[in-house]
Every structure is written in C-alpha cells, then in structure tokens.
Design a protein around this ligand. Structure first.
Ligand SMILES: C[S@@+](CC[C@H](N)C(=O)[O-])C[C@H]1O[C@@H](n2cnc3c(N)ncnc32)[C@H](O)[C@@H]1O
Length: 174
C-alpha cells in the first residue's frame, strides 16, 4: 500500500521491534509501529480521519470468564465508527469462530456499518497467526464492514440494543 500511511500497534514491545525490523528490511517508509494499547491509542485519533482498521487475530480470550477482555466490543466498535471516514473499512479476522460471530453480530447491530463481500487484503494470510492457523489446519474467518455515509439532516437510525438470539443471516451485502 505505497500511498497509505500505515500505523501498527501492539502492547508487546517484542512484536513491535520485529514489525519495525520487517518494515525496514522491505524499505517501507510509510509504516509506523507504536508500542501502545488500542485502548490508549484510539481515543487520541481525530474523528473521521481513518481510512481502514485492520484487526487480525486479536487475542481470543477463549475461556468464558475471560471473554470480557476481548478488544472487539460495542464500545470499541462505536469508537472506530467515529474515527473512520465515510466509506471507511473495518477488516476483522480470527480463527476463533465464536469471536468472529460475536464481532459480526455487533457490526450487524450497528446502524452505521454495513457488511460487504469485499475481501480483506490477501497479505493478512502472511501474518504470524494466520500462518499458525494454517499450520494447525484451523479455518480463518474474515469479514469486512463499511462505514455508511453520514446522513446529515436525516433522523438517526436507532441502534438495536436488543438481545441477540437467532442466527446471523448469511447475507453479507447488507
Ligand atoms: C494473537 S496475536 C496476533 C498478532 C498479529 N495481528 C498476527 O496476526 O499475527 C494478538 C496480538 O495483539 C496484541 N494485543 C493484545 N491486546 C492488545 C491491545 N489492547 N492493544 C494492542 N495490541 C494488543 C498482543 O500483544 C498480540 O501481539
């Protein structure tokens, strides 16, 4: 993505050092890697300035009592919505099917996003965890959401805060 300014973040310094090393080896001058948490970093970004969020293999916290530690929540989704430009993309990928469903349902409940069939960039399959999933023969589940253009002057669509019981519709074109 030569025309893009890419910012990668991670709370593990070792991962940041590795990522910087890889970027330098490839001569990628448009990549900045920051040793910071998403919770600390995202609130400081000006609204409407991000073209895309790429969230691949976020920590799955598989034990039910730890699930509340997952990054992808309605709160983080609302924040990312605010930071995205109209038409901005949110790419999500995981090899934990229940996390995929959880994230996709949250997106489906947010009136400011639509799911799209547009695939994630193929490079996602080169990430460390994508390779691990392939080695373990685990399926990788991906979805892409688009921020709907803001409808100035029109009454705001209400977010569905009701409970989710039922299947996620297979229609990805909402
Ligand atoms: C399972 S690894 C996936 C790494 C990489 N995205 C990949 O696909 O190979 C999850 C990464 O998220 C980082 N992480 C966990 N919580 C985070 C947070 N709150 N903010 C930023 N990074 C976080 C972890 O340190 C870890 O490196």
């Amino acid at each position: 993505m030569p025309g893009a300014r890419l910012i990668g973040i991670d709370i593990k310094n070792k991962r940041c050092l590795k990522a910087r090393e890889k970027a330098a080896k490839r001569g990628l001058a448009n990549v900045t890697i920051l040793h910071v948490s998403a919770e600390q970093y995202l609130p400081g970004i000006p609204a409407g300035t991000v073209d895309a969020f790429h969230i691949y293999f976020p920590d799955p916290w598989p034990r039910s009592r730890h699930r509340k530690r997952r990054f992808f929540t309605m709160e983080s989704l609302r924040l990312m919505h605010e930071l995205l430009v109209d038409g901005g993309r949110l790419f999500f990928g995981t090899d934990f099917f229940d996390y995929y469903i959880q994230a996709k349902v949250l997106v489906a409940l947010h009136p400011g996003f639509g799911l799209t069939v547009e695939p994630a960039p193929p490079e996602v399959r080169e990430s460390i965890y994508a390779r691990k999933s392939v080695m373990r023969e685990k399926a990788i589940h991906l979805f892409t959401a688009v921020k709907r253009p803001s409808t100035d002057g029109e009454p705001e669509q209400k977010e569905d805060k009701g409970s989710v019981d039922g299947e996620v519709q297979p229609d990805e074109n909402r």
